[in-house]
Design a protein around this ligand. Structure first.
Ligand code: FMN
Length: 282
């Protein structure tokens, strides 16, 4: 199944259990997994175990490191990033671009000056691929092009329609009524996917669809719209929290079965062939 469990957690005590449980399921299903932002792990080693648990529990699947673009903008070399990559023996690095989230968080740091230069430096100096993702507000064609121009290997659109960080902030700081208007801010996942997919003829990169993916139908549509892989975050975490690892395994089995049902119905012998399916917009 062309699915990965997207970056969510690490850097506090209970994250070790959550990451271990997610990673064990990833190992069983042979699907890649991203860890949450490793900013905390760059500062001190107190919760390194919460990140290491992922590689220890999923020795054979691709694991993605994660750091914010705001941190990348501040760095002058790749040394500190190499350390967080080594910590989990990561196969790729996810850099998250999250202006909406940083802007609305009272403790956020919306200072991205120098970020493209920082990303380019990492692309050139790291030995693993560098992917850039949003966190729920989508990536436009123009932004994707600038990222691909500096050599980024993959884009995860993480569009609007799923987890909303404006929503999280509204729930955290109940008095901030003015931010209500940002709850659904961003480029919807399908729109972002279509925009970024239009760069495929020009650039060789991995396109990941995410942001509100819930069903096998969402997965099939993403592939039809040009995605190479699909990422899910909140729905899988919620399933783990509510129904444990068995519940998560059941959900992944049912996604896989439903995807194969769709492939049968459209005559696609493999996932790549879904791309040639004609999608009719009603
Ligand atoms: C609980 C939670 C924590 C997250 N933490 C991170 C993070 O640390 N780094 C990151 O790049 N994205 C983070 N995200 C964003 C997800 O990786 C993903 O891009 C986004 O939630 C969209 O997917 P979804 O709609 O399936 O949740 C987080 C999402 C959730 C739900």
């Amino acid at each position: 199944m062309p699915l990965l469990i997207s970056s969510m957690t690490g850097g506090y005590a209970d994250a070790e259990r959550i990451n271990r449980e997610l990673a064990e399921v990833c190992e069983t299903f042979k699907i890649p997994m991203g860890v949450g932002s490793q900013r905390q792990a760059m500062e001190n080693s107190t919760y390194h175990a919460s990140f290491k648990a992922v590689r220890m529990s999923a020795p054979s699947v691709p694991i993605l490191s994660n750091i914010g673009a705001a941190e990348v903008a501040q760095l002058h070399s790749s040394d500190r990033i190499e350390k967080i990559i080594d910590l989990i023996e990561a196969d790729a690095l996810y850099i998250h671009i999250n202006p909406l989230q940083e802007l609305l968080q009272p403790e956020g740091s919306p200072n991205f000056r120098g970020v493209l230069v920082g990303i380019e430096r990492l692309v050139k100096s790291l030995s693993i691929p560098v992917f850039v993702k949003e966190v729920g507000a989508g990536i436009s064609k123009q932004v994707a092009k600038r990222l691909l121009d500096v050599g980024v290997n993959g884009i995860d659109v993480a569009g609007a329609g799923g987890t909303s960080w404006a929503g999280v902030e509204i729930l955290r700081n109940k008095e901030q009524n003015s931010v209500l208007q940002f709850w659904e801010w961003g480029i919807p996942t399908v729109e972002s996917l279509l925009q970024v997919a239009s760069l495929k003829p020009q650039f060789d990169f991995t396109l990941i669809s995410s942001g509100g993916i819930h069903s096998a139908n969402d997965i099939a549509l993403s592939i039809a719209f040009g995605a190479d892989c699909i990422a899910m975050a909140r729905p899988l975490l919620q399933t783990l929290i509510q129904s444990g690892q068995l519940g998560l395994e059941k959900k992944l089995n049912s996604l896989s079965l439903d995807l194969r049902r769709i492939m049968f119905l459209i005559g696609a012998p493999d996932c790549k062939s879904i791309r040639s399916a004609e999608v009719v917009k009603k």
